[in-house]
Design a protein around this ligand. Sequence first.
Ligand SMILES: [Zn+2]
Length: 133
Amino acid sequence: MPQARGTRFRSTRQAAAILAVMSGMPAFCGARDIYRALRDGGQQVGLATVYRHLRVLAERGEVDTIHTASGEGRYRLRASSATCHLTCRACGQVVAVDGTEILDWGKQVAAEAGYTFTGYTAALSGRCPAHAG
Ligand SMILES: [Zn+2]
């Protein structure tokens, strides 16, 4: 499998990794929490890069941002996002996959239980093509 090393590819992968980490964290986590979780997961990423991605993800509507009284940004995945993340258990590579069916299922079972659906977290894991078998 060819190894893409372009900035664009790395950037997309980092954004996906950030979303994946956030899906496993409580709502409205700080950028430093996300940064630490990424580093713990073996991602080579700087705090400034995390901030930059969070700004772009917020612009794309995938992440909600609030600012605390101290001016610190807090971030959470937008509940309406149908994007799920699939992580390779061997190398940690993350890809974004369509989670529309999970989203629809969540809305349905929440309604049946008399709840107003506000969001979901789903962490998918597997083996990427390079680590299959
Ligand atoms: Zn892999």
